[in-house]
Design a protein around this ligand. Structure first.
Ligand code: NAD
Length: 340
């Protein structure tokens, strides 16, 4: 038996304790909406686990946090099985890592053949929480959080209180069933005003818009959710049979025509250089937008390409999230040479 197949007890213990630490912070973040470390610290911890697993693949178990979508459906809400799975996103933390990711993706696409030249839909990574809306014949019948990607929490009645989200879709060309995925968030201005009102009332302010959005959506009493200034932007579709769209961008236009809130900030580029310019632009503008962002999401626009690339157990292979560096170490991103 090769040495790698029999990891020492110490190595296994080290691995288990690292995985457990990631799970603990995930539970605080997703289940309690109350993280105790920053996202950058969490990302660094997660990266350590990934690197550990790359060095010791024999230790990786199916329930490792790297193999699963983070979060679970807590007992506080009725469980909902999504019609099609929800995923997380692969993160990259530098332009070098993004270059490598794009090079790999473009090589896979070229290798598959018969696919149109890749176009990259580039959009903001909204710092909120994922929602899955099920519309039947144009009527909103169910809304669920992502949970572990297979099963989420039923928050339908809370979602009914969000003004951005139509109970009935506009237009007529609706399929029998469609799952709309998006991000529920609190706009920065509304968040600040909400906090000022709390402070004036002698109450404790909310920590940040992301956790406030998650906590607000996951209230037991919809009347409480209704008091919170929640908004939503769509960023995907799950089950979509019968949708007359061949790409992510065509889908956004269709959803917009149905009265769903689409982000004004997305663009489709046929050159990667333009993607980099978009990243640079929003790195400067990121604090003057209507909502907080924690990065930029880059997706192959074409659905045939998305289908051909597929998914891992945790993330799609046709999309990537570029995370901006934490503020204190922020440097001009494009100083790094681009060679793809
Ligand atoms: P993620 O948030 O990095 O990416 C996936 C999610 O991004 C999707 O599920 C979707 O909801 C969201 N998203 C926002 N804009 C999007 C867009 N335009 N297109 C597609 N999706 C978009 O991954 P994750 O697994 O949900 O969470 C991991 C992240 O959460 C970490 O990187 C960390 O920042 C944070 N986190 C923090 C802690 C902590 O303790 N501070 C713990 C767990 C997770």
């Amino acid at each position: 038996i090769p040495e790698a197949a029999t990891p020492s007890a110490t190595l296994r213990e080290e691995y288990e304790s690292l995985a457990e630490e990631v799970r603990r912070h995930r539970a605080l973040y997703y289940n309690e909406d109350a993280p105790i470390i920053s996202d950058a610290e969490y990302d660094a911890l997660f990266r350590r686990l990934e690197e550990f697993e790359a060095l010791h693949p024999e230790l990786v178990s199916n329930d490792s946090p790297t193999q699963e979508v983070g979060g679970e459906a807590t007992a506080a809400f009725a469980p909902v099985t999504h019609l099609s799975r929800m995923y997380s996103l692969e993160d990259v933390f530098s332009i070098d890592e993004l270059n490598a990711w794009i090079t790999r993706a473009e090589a896979s696409i070229a290798g598959i053949g018969n696919l149109p030249p890749v176009r990259w839909l580039t959009e903001l990574k909204i710092d909120g929480l994922a929602i899955n809306l099920l519309y039947r014949r144009g009527e909103l019948v169910r809304a669920a959080t992502r949970g572990d990607g297979r099963t989420g929490e039923d928050v339908t009645h809370n979602v009914f209180t969000i003004k951005d989200i139509p109970r009935r879709l506009a237009g007529t060309n609706h399929p029998e069933e469609v799952e709309i995925r998006g991000e529920v968030y609190i706009p920065t201005k509304a968040f600040n005003e909400f906090n000022e009102a709390l402070i004036a009332d002698g109450k404790a302010p909310l920590a940040n818009p992301r956790n406030a959005a998650a906590g607000s959506l996951r209230q037991k009493d919809p009347a409480e959710t209704a008091k919170r200034p929640l908004s939503m932007f769509v960023h995907g579709v799950g089950v979509r049979e019968g949708i007359p769209a061949r790409s992510q961008s065509e889908t956004y236009e269709l959803l917009k025509s149905w009265g769903l809130p689409t982000s004004p900030y997305y663009e489709v580029f046929d050159s990667y250089e333009k993607v980099l310019e978009f990243i640079e632009t929003y790195s400067e503008k990121r604090h003057s937008l209507i909502h907080e962002i924690d990065g930029i999401v880059i997706k192959a626009d074409d659905f045939a390409t998305q289908r051909a690339l597929g998914h891992t157990s945790r993330v799609p292979r046709w999309a990537v999230a570029f995370k901006y560096p934490p503020e204190e170490v922020h440097t001009k991103l494009l100083d790094i040479a681009v060679n793809v």
